[in-house]
Structure formats: C-alpha cells, structure tokens
Design a protein around this ligand. Sequence first.
Ligand code: ZN
Length: 90
Amino acid sequence: MHYIKCPICQSDMNYDGDQEENYEYCTNKCYAEEFHYGYTRVSIFGKEFFANYRFSADEEKKFRKNIEREIKHLRKNEKYLIKIMESNND
Ligand SMILES: [Zn+2]
C-alpha cells in the first residue's frame, strides 16, 4: 500500500526507500508501513500486522482487512485523537 495521506489522521505521509525496501510513516505515529524484501510490517499505534511474499491472495486480503478494521475502529468517534495525544506524552 502507498498512502499519500495518513489513513487515520489524514496528515501527509513520509516516504523513504525504493521498490525492494521502503518505509512510510505518519509523523503523528498513527500509521507506519515497512516493506523489506517481500516482508511487510504495518504498525498502527504500536499494534503490529505482518505479511510476507508467501501469502496467498486470501491471506493477503485478510491482512488488509484486519488493517482496515483497525483504522475504522480508530476513526470511529475520533478515537485516534486520544491515541495521538497519548503518544505525544511519551
Ligand atoms: Zn496519522
């Protein structure tokens, strides 16, 4: 996935890397996605989701669905705003 805006807070995403190895993240620490030679790690406020190149289409779909569910959950009643405030207090 390549987001231009953070799927949670809609801030601009930062992007670094190339086709084989890249990292995108929101400065508010909501969403980060790391791709490293076939392995994907998504972190949403520290909650992690993993996928790799061996995943079947169904597994990949499930992986994306879990992420979408988490994003939806955080956007509901703007729960993510509390999370952003919490992580800025660290
Ligand atoms: Zn964000």
